[in-house]
Design a binder for this molecule. Structure first.
Ligand SMILES: Cc1ncc(COP(=O)(O)O)c(C=O)c1O
Length: 382
């Protein structure tokens, strides 16, 4: 039976102030989101980062190792430091940028308290295999689904496959509200602990960790001390800002209404890119009901990369590159394996960007059809 009472959660949401009407709107949307994920406990948090921090505190990672993939968002490392854990980075798989299973196996020992399985760039992490590796150790698996919620892996909703799942509604996420997030868990015990931590006034504790976090950041990194203090002073505040709560029902409904269409369009995007010579696609299976946050592919050849950038610009196709490997931002990371795949992917992968709130994926397929003809004729000449 689903236990969460949306009302309790909405009271949590309402800490910043809000009237009775807001409260019932929130209760309704929280029930909708919880029903979508079919998850017993849904807890609002201020951001994906604060969600990760809260989970790590609930698990108790102080002075314990937390494993994460090296090719991911630096905020995850900040959450680990803030919770007092020791971040250990491992390489990623060349097939989908998710945590590399052989590297994870090598890094596991009895000091590892948690593995953060990031569904990197929307590609579902191999959680079942990760759990098999972590089973002999008393170790939690957290699913960071900040990029990937909306899709499924097999019969399971992305975000619900770990001991706890983290969703972000921050900048450029599937639902972009510039703030807010949720924690998902089926475990009553973990939910109880998470609620306890959320109910404490723990911002002070995070503040006291500020120096430790800052000292571990490279000064030349965009996550350096000054940037951190200026931009992320409230990074770990758990409250949803009121404006974001008000926007949540409309944005969530838009996201859900366009989900089927976007899933279908992404299969088409995959079909078009798969036909482009010199471009390697990743483990995206269009028969599977999941949604990449960015559609990613690899262009191994340097000259072809220049051709791609020029053609993409001419056709107004938006793209980004990957996050650089985390050791670019942090100087004291524990790294006990080669990071060869991560370094290769960081220099050869492109991500197509689109918004999931509207018909942007349809527009993308149209642009890509034109692009693919131009691309294949240009590559044939080289
Ligand atoms: C994979 C991943 N996890 C967590 C976060 C942190 O989410 P938030 O920006 O809501 O703190 C991000 C942010 O970009 C992310 O990309």
């Amino acid at each position: 039976m689903i236990i969460l009472t949306a009302k309790i959660v909405s009271i949590g949401l309402n800490r910043n102030g809000g009237d009775q009407q807001n409260l019932s709107v929130q209760a309704e949307i929280l029930t909708k989101i919880r029903d979508f994920f079919q998850c017993k406990h849904l807890l609002p948090v201020g951001s994906g980062t604060s969600g990760l921090y809260t989970c790590l505190r609930a698990i108790g990672v102080r002075k314990k190792k937390v494993i994460l993939p090296v090719l991911t968002c630096p905020n995850i490392v900040i959450a680990v430091y803030a919770a007092g854990g020791i971040p250990v980075v491992v390489d990623v798989s060349e097939n989908d940028y998710n945590i590399s299973l052989p590297s994870l196996k090598r890094a596991m020992d009895h000091d590892v308290k948690a593995v953060i399985a990031v569904d990197s760039f929307g590609y579902p992490a191999p959680i079942r295999e990760i759990k098999k590796i972590t089973a002999p150790y008393q170790c939690f698996v957290l699913e960071d689904a900040c990029h990937a919620y909306g899709g499924k892996s097999g019969n399971e909703k992305i975000g619900t496959r770990g001991d706890a799942g983290v969703l972000s509604f921050g900048y450029s996420k599937p639902v972009d509200l510039l703030g807010g997030g949720f924690l998902l868990t089926q475990s009553d015990t973990l939910a109880q602990r998470l609620k306890q931590i959320i109910s404490q006034w723990w911002f002070y504790q995070v503040k006291s960790k500020r120096n430790e976090i800052a000292l571990n950041l490279m000064m030349e990194s965009k996550y350096s001390l000054f940037s951190y203090l200026a931009r992320y002073f409230f990074l770990l505040d758990y409250n949803w800002p009121l404006r974001q709560i008000q926007l949540l029902p409309e944005k969530w409904t838009m996201f859900i209404n366009h989900l089927e269409k976007n899933l279908k369009n992404m299969s088409q995007v995959h079909g078009i890119i798969s036909e482009c010579r010199g471009i390697n696609t990743f483990g995206y299976d269009p028969g599977v009901n999941w949604l990449p946050w960015r559609y990613s592919f690899k262009i191994p050849d340097g000259t072809n990369r220049m051709v791609f950038e020029k053609l993409a610009q001419e056709n107004k196709i938006d793209f980004t590159r990957l996050y650089p490997p985390l050791d670019r931002h942090f100087k004291n990371l524990v790294i006990n394996c080669d990071l060869d795949h991560a370094r290769d992917l960081a220099s050869t992968v492109y991500n197509l960007t689109y918004s999931l709130e509207n018909d942007n994926t349809a527009i993308l397929t149209e642009k890509l059809s034109v692009f693919s003809h131009q691309w294949n004729s240009m590559i044939a000449k080289t």
